[in-house]
Each structure stands twice: as structure tokens, then as C-alpha cells.
Design a protein around this ligand. Structure first.
Ligand code: GTR
Length: 336
């Protein structure tokens, strides 16, 4: 898989700059408190936004108020794919995204996005807190990004407007929205469904209008986006546990002193346990509210056919020795 540069269409770039007019993204306009501008597609109260807020609090404390973070939540600054490009060229300092839009930029990010790689939440956390995670974070620097930390994103499962899914054949012919990632497209095709990449903000309308039949996500996103309204069938395939990632623009990072870099790295790390506690609670709450609110969720009796159908995706996206080595490292970890 060749890393391809992300292209931002002209209207998107213009609307970003227009929309951010008051935000004054250029470095020379920044005040004495030197805010770091951060983007998130999720609303204010979502655990990822709250985690970066916690990081901001810690960072302010560590630097005596010199480094502040200003968060633009709710996708105000654009989709993950577009804001990532802006971050790589230094127009945005921090960005909390899923790993999916990074898959086309850095092949190592495909690893935690592999279907059925992690055996449990404990396994996923141990891998990302350990050497495999660090190697993936470090791989982003040549692409203009500093990987600061991973946040949980739980398990993604399928939901749709039509029916319960129990076997891969139940997905046959359904149009399923995926994130902008070839790996996700391949996963959906492997199951016999049609993959439609689109940004998160377009999904609700597309479900309502029948442009797509379904999508896949974790309980909290399924709830916060209100996708459950048009698509009430939620089938627990739990096929991917790809985490969220917080990245910083390398061009901003390079202007920091060693002490400032240490403060940024440490504050990001220290926000992770806070995020995980919020996350676990949020998953439980979202699940309970949705089940009580008419969502028809079903467990899958036999996941093996999904595992088998999606397995060739590993061979297609894990092609370098370095990738294979990290996959092995993750698989050989003790957590069950
Ligand atoms: C969510 C994730 C977002 C985004 C979204 C999507 O679970 O937190 O960063 O990736 O899924 O499907 O676009």
C-alpha cells in the first residue's frame, strides 16, 4: 500500500478558512498565551473532547499557563480527513481523529484497524500502551504529525435501516458507509456488502434518504450522531477496535523547547486514564439508553464466518516486514 497525500478540495479549504476567520489560525496572530488549536468531530460532552480538555488543564498547570489548548468540537473545522491535511501542513495544531483516515498516510496505522485483531479491551490497551503503540505513534513524524496518545474507541458493530445481521450473507448487497480508508472499504466488500466512504457528518441524511442502508460504529457514536433513529438494527459484530489518536502538527511541535515538548507529551499521556474511565461509563450508558429507546440489538451466535471472510484483508494491508513484526508482537501479548 503506497502512502498517498491527502488532497483537500478547494471549496472545503476555502470554507475552512472562512469558517475559522475569527479563530485566527495563523501563528503570527496568536496571543501571548500561545493557544494550541484542536479539532474534534464529536460534540462537546463526548469523551474524546473531554479528554483533550483534561490534557489542556494538565498542560496549563505544567507550563504555568504558557500553553493553552482551545478546542473546536462538533466538526466545526471540517471532517477528519480534511482537518488532518490542515494539521499536516501546520494550519491546525492538534487533532483528535480515528486511525482510519491515517490509514492512507502511514501503513503502520492499518495494524490496530485490522478486523478481529484484539481479543479484548485489556489486550487492545496493553498493545497501545506498550511498544507496538509507541512504534505506531512514532511512525507519523515523516508525515508532518506527532502522535501523542491513543484514546479508546471501543468495538465497532454494524447498524442498518433494514434488518438484523446474523451472518455475513445478511449484509449482502447492503450499502454500508465507511470512513475514508481503503482498509474499511476492503473489510465491507469482503462481507459482500457495498462500501460507501463518506464523512461522518453526511451519514444521518444519507441513511434517511436511503443513499446508504447502514454504517458501523461503537455505541457512543451510534447514539450521539442519532443514527439509531433511521437505522435501529444494531448487530454486535464487534469487528474492529481501532482506537482514536491525538496528533499534533510537527511544524508547531518543532517550534517548542525540549521542556515544552515534554510537557505536551506528558499531559497527553496523563489524559488517557481519565478518558478511559469516561469511555467505559459512556459505553454502558449509551447502550442502556439505546436498548431502552427502541434499538433492536442482537448478539451474533457465531462470529467465525465474519472472521474468516475478513481475514484476507490482513494479507492485503499487512505487507511490510515491520508491519508483520508489530502484528506478531501484538498477537503474542498475554492478555486474553
Ligand atoms: C467514531 C470516531 C470518530 C470517527 C467516527 C466515524 O467512532 O470517534 O473519530 O472516526 O467514528 O465513523 O467517522
Amino acid at each position: 500500500m503506497k502512502p498517498v497525500p491527502l488532497m483537500l478540495s478547494k471549496p472545503t479549504r476555502r470554507s475552512f478558512i472562512a469558517g475559522a476567520g475569527a479563530v485566527a489560525i495563523s501563528a503570527c496572530d496568536r496571543g501571548g498565551d500561545r493557544p494550541l488549536y484542536s479539532s474534534d468531530t464529536h460534540p462537546e460532552e463526548y469523551p474524546t473532547v473531554q479528554a483533550v480538555k483534561e490534557m489542556a488543564r494538565i498542560l496549563k498547570d505544567k507550563t504555568g499557563g504558557a500553553l493553552n489548548i482551545k478546542i473546536f468540537a462538533g466538526g466545526q473545522l471540517g471532517s477528519e480527513r480534511d482537518t488532518l491535511e490542515i494539521t499536516t501542513f501546520g494550519g491546525l495544531d492538534l487533532n483528535r481523529v480515528n486511525l482510519a483516515p491515517l490509514n492512507s498516510i502511514e501503513p503502520l496505522t492499518a495494524i490496530p484497524s485490522l478486523p478481529f485483531l484484539f481479543r479484548s479491551t485489556a489486550h487492545m490497551r496493553a498493545a497501545l500502551d506498550g511498544e507496538p503503540g509507541q512504534r505506531i505513534l512514532d511512525s507519523l513524524a515523516p508525515h508532518g504529525l506527532i502522535g501523542l496518545c491513543f484514546y479508546d474507541s471501543g468495538e465497532r458493530s454494524f447498524y442498518n435501516t433494514k434488518r438484523q445481521i446474523n451472518t455475513p450473507d445478511d449484509l449482502n448487497g447492503l450499502k454500508i458507509r465507511v470512513q475514508n480508508s481503503d482498509l474499511y472499504v476492503a473489510m465491507i466488500r469482503a462481507l459482500g456488502a457495498d462500501a460507501t466512504p463518506m464523512s461522518l457528518g453526511e451519514v444521518y441524511q444519507s441513511l434517511v434518504q436511503g443513499v446508504i442502508d447502514g454504517a458501523e460504529n461503537n455505541w457512543p457514536s451510534y447514539e450521539s450522531t442519532r443514527h439509531f433513529e433511521p437505522a435501529p438494527f444494531y448487530s454486535l459484530t464487534r469487528h474492529v477496535m481501532a482506537p482514536e489518536i491525538l496528533v499534533m502538527s510537527k511544524s508547531r511541535w518543532d517550534k517548542f523547547s525540549i521542556q515544552e515538548r515534554e510537557a505536551v507529551t506528558a499531559s497527553a499521556r496523563e489524559s488517557v486514564p481519565y478518558m478511559r474511565a469516561l469511555w467505559d461509563q459512556r459505553v454502558a450508558d449509551a447502550r442502556e439508553r439505546l436498548l431502552g429507546g427502541g434499538v433492536e440489538a442482537n448478539e451474533i451466535e457465531n462470529l467465525q464466518p465474519f472472521v474468516d471472510r475478513m481475514r484476507p484483508v490482513w494479507d492485503r494491508f499487512i505487507i511490510t516486514d515491520k508491519q508483520r513484526e508489530i502484528v506478531k508482537q501484538i498477537e503474542s501479548m498475554a492478555q486474553s
